[in-house]
Design a protein around this ligand. Structure first.
Ligand code: NAD
Ligand code: UD1
Length: 342
């Protein structure tokens, strides 16, 4: 019998590569498309090594509808997971048109081709950034969205709306938007992980590079916030746990459990951790030192956010399973793997 198959756009990237591994483990075939604008083909090779599966990879820009149409003509997938997007918040402020063009065009092309080829189910990578600075913690899916503070955040809100409106208009189309909290860590095999280009903007890659001596000192952005230790609070979710949420979402759409054709789920642990706590935990778990200093607040940062993941727990049957310690150990193992490769 033919296995169900999933098109993974942006599958050479950080979350997409981990999701491809979990999809294959769950019995799916996977086709990866990526333009490698923020990734390396080595990630696809890593997925092939971990799974032993033959995974078709097509280097294609999802903004090129003609090229993407050939992928739809060639491969017989049932569902799509759309990761392909530009994701650097600061850069999006400098280059708004590039961000709107890439994130919106690629997404609209995917939906248009799904209609054209009668492929019905899509998972979209959204973000907790759509909540802005929430008035109440933890945030549920009912927590109101706040006006976006960056073009990147705006593209996530706009894509959620495009998906909602398309599903309302086009019969048969079903979609799930997963609002990720802060994904960190790497696959336990250390064959795939996050590959930041240049100076990392996100906390954990900056921590691992500092511990490895690539960076001199981590700046902790602010210790005067109204939190217990003064630093910001986030909900750090293991990337392999996050990957499994996609498998659950795909399974849900193929089954008949979801009554609504468009659904939104928070994907987080439900646990808020401060920047200083995370640094200390990383040092303890891995037995390494992370030089750090307190620096001024970073513009645009929100003070605190963590998820209420009850809906995903109950409806998707999904749960975060990895402990923060396991995840921080995996992040360090991946950094050491990268250093060994040099
Ligand atoms: P990533 O940059 O590692 O992966 C994105 C992949 O998409 C890259 O491989 C890139 O080359 C590819 N890509 C970009 N534009 C493309 C295009 N036009 N055509 C084909 N491929 C294209 O990022 P990630 O962290 O894996 O993020 C995946 C998705 O999850 C993104 O949509 C991102 O916005 C979203 N997200 C990420 C986070 C996070 O903290 N990492 C949080 C919330 C949401
Ligand atoms: C940001 C985006 C989010 C996006 C995610 C992934 C905002 C408001 N949110 O999340 O939309 O999905 O990146 O790209 O921009 N920190 C330091 N020192 C550092 C780096 C970070 O102290 O060198 C702190 C930050 O101030 C923050 C926490 O660590 O409190 C996490 O930061 P980061 O990893 O960049 O993620 P977010 O800002 O939460």
């Amino acid at each position: 019998m033919k296995k169900p198959s999933v098109l993974v756009s942006g599958g050479a990237g950080y979350i997409g590569s981990h999701t491809a591994v979990e999809l294959i483990a769950a019995g799916y075939d996977v086709v990866i498309v990526d333009n490698l604008s923020n990734s390396d083909i080595a990630a696809v090779e890593g997925v092939r090594r971990i799974t032993g599966a033959e995974i078709p990879f097509v280097e294609v820009d999802c903004c090129d509808r003609t090229a993407l149409r050939r992928v739809f003509e060639t491969y017989d997938f049932d569902s799509v997971i759309h990761f392909a997007a530009s994701k650097a918040v600061g850069e999006s402020v400098q280059k708004p048109l590039e961000y709107y063009t890439n994130n919106l065009t690629s997404f609209m092309n995917i939906i248009a081709l799904m209609r054209e080829f009668g492929r019905h189910n899509i998972v979209f990578s959204s973000s907790c950034t759509v909540y802005g600075e929430p008035d109440k913690q933890p945030v549920t899916e009912q927590t109101p969205r706040k006006p976006a503070t960056s073009p990147y955040g705006n593209t996530k809100q706009m894509c959620e709306d495009i998906l909602r409106d398309s599903i309302a208009a086009y019969e048969g189309l079903k979609g799930i938007a997963l609002r990720y909290f802060n994904p960190i860590g790497a696959h336990p095999s250390a064959q795939i992980g996050e590959l930041p280009r240049g100076v990392p903007q996100n906390l954990v890659p900056y921590i691992t590079q500092t511990a490895a001596g690539v960076r001199e000192c981590l700046s902790v952005f602010g210790d005067d916030y109204p939190t217990a230790d003064g630093s910001c609070i986030r909900d750090y979710i293991d990337v392999t746990d996050l990957a499994r949420a996609h498998v659950a979402a795909i399974g849900r759409m193929a089954g008949d459990k979801n009554k609504e054709r468009y659904e939104i789920f928070n994907v987080g642990t439900g646990r808020g951790v401060s920047v200083l706590e995370l640094v200390t935990r990383f040092e303890q778990v891995n037995g390494v030192k992370v030089n750090h200093k307190i620096a001024p607040r970073r513009e645009g940062d929100i003070i605190a956010i963590w998820a209420d993941p009850t809906l995903a727990n109950e409806e998707l049957g999904w749960q975060a399973t990895r402990t923060l310690d396991e995840t921080l150990a995996s992040a360090w193992a991946w950094e050491k793997h990268l250093r060994d490769m040099e």
